[in-house]
Design a protein around this ligand. Structure first.
Ligand code: 3PG
Ligand code: MG
Length: 394
């Protein structure tokens, strides 16, 4: 992927517009509960400030109705956090589309939630042109939003005088390319989480590329069903059993494998107080719900991970939020942490598991993308990256 990179440009004295992904989780009172994306956006901003550029940063927050921003949609808490991390004041600018604000060289301002602007989501050309006119250099550092073709992620890249990738975007592209183009073998993918259908395309693409496809959560239950096992009242998608079967067949034909659980942890409810039982995978009762893999399975998965050359991780294998269903995910997390393989992880639940088991330092690369991470792995063209590629030579 050939894109211009911010760290190869001289932006001194220039007006720089940075599209970051500062879409962070907040509690009911609006406090930021997890600030990884804000921290990850600092290097590009700092680089521009160090070069005495006049820096404008924007991002979306949530999915507000265009033209009707409410107090809950405001980037104000993000402006405060940015200021703390940059150690300088960060003014928040409302109604910025027409450029009725000032920003001096060496200063950074935050432009209020870009999804407040009418036309942002539909990638309106007039809006994109107006935003492009605000800057000399457009920087896209919003990898987490790279799968969306919106005015600040795609349109503006076509009209700004210069369009380049920020440091985070560059690092994401490099790490994900390393895991997908010519990866060290065996390539092991872990795809967990509640549903199969939302991750079906990725499973199909991965089945064609990886040596081992570890499935977890509701996805694994559907695969168990496909292999003829009873799963009681476990979460699954019976209508997708054929698809699961096709994926297993595809893997088998290539001499690869979908390792299915041989034992599981069941309970009759998902709660912190639920009584958990460890049982063989073929002894699941009519009212049982499978909420984690059992210890034998966890050990088997850990062994597969230990022998991997590359590990791609999206999604937990159990309801790790509750201690009695956390064993499988914990064991897997620890195996990834101890592995010599290049590992890459992404997605909200995965990041929460990484934080919970304190293994962030031991993961090769932690992506700030959820949907964008999955679509990149699927081999899809991400519109925001494609727009930067278009501007490589001009
Ligand atoms: C995300 O958190 O998934 C990204 O910031 C993209 O947000 P979106 O799904 O609302 O487009
Ligand atoms: Mg999303």
């Amino acid at each position: 992927m050939k894109v211009k990179k911010l760290n190869e440009l001289d932006v001194s004295g220039k007006r720089v517009f940075i599209r970051a992904d500062l879409n962070v989780p907040q509690d009911d009172a609006g406090n930021i509960t997890e600030d990884t994306r804000i921290r990850a956006s600092i290097p590009s901003i700092q680089y521009c400030l160090d070069q005495n550029a006049a820096v404008m940063v924007t991002s979306h927050l949530g999915r507000p109705t265009e033209g009707q921003l409410s107090a809950d949609d405001s980037l104000m808490p993000v402006a405060v956090r940015l200021g703390q991390l940059l150690n300088c004041p960060v003014r928040l600018i409302n109604n910025w589309i027409n450029g009725d604000f000032e920003v001096k060289p060496g200063e950074v301002v935050l432009l209020e939630n870009c999804r407040g602007n009418v036309g942002e989501k539909k990638n309106n050309e007039e809006l994109a042109k107006k935003m492009a006119a605000l800057c000399d250099v457009y920087v896209n550092d919003a990898f987490g939003t790279a799968h969306r073709a919106e005015a600040t992620t795609e349109g503006i890249a076509r009209f700004a005088p210069v369009a380049c990738a920020g440091m985070l975007m560059g690092a994401e592209i490099d790490a994900l390319s390393k895991a997908t183009e010519n990866p060290a073998r065996p390539l092991v993918a872990i795809v967990g989480g509640a549903k199969v259908s939302s991750k079906l395309t990725i499973l199909r693409t991965l089945a064609d590329k990886v040596d081992q496809l570890i499935v977890g959560g509701g996805i694994a239950n559907t695969f168990l069903l496909a292999s003829g096992k009873r799963i009681g009242e476990s979460l699954a998608e019976p209508e997708l059993v054929k698809e699961a079967q096709a994926i297993m067949d595809m893997m088998k034909a290539r001499g690869a494998e979908v390792p299915l659980p041989v034992d599981v942890v069941v309970a009759d409810e998902v709660s912190a107080l639920a009584r958990a039982n460890r049982i063989p995978a073929d002894e699941v009762g009519a009212h049982d719900r499978i909420l984690d893999v059992g210890p034998k399975t966890a050990a088997k998965l850990a062994d597969i991970i230990a022998h991997a050359g590359t590990i791609v991780w999206n999604g937990p294998v159990g309801v790790f939020e509750h201690a009695q269903f956390a064993g499988g995910t914990k064991m897997m997390a620890s195996a990834i942490a101890h592995s010599e393989a290049f590992s890459i992880a992404g997605g909200g639940d995965t990041l929460a598991a990484i934080a919970k088991f304190h293994i962030a330092e031991d993961i090769g690369y932690i992506s700030t993308g959820g949907g964008a991470f999955l679509e990149f792995l699927e081999g899809k063209t991400l519109p925001a990256i494609a727009a930067l590629e278009e501007r490589f030579d001009n």
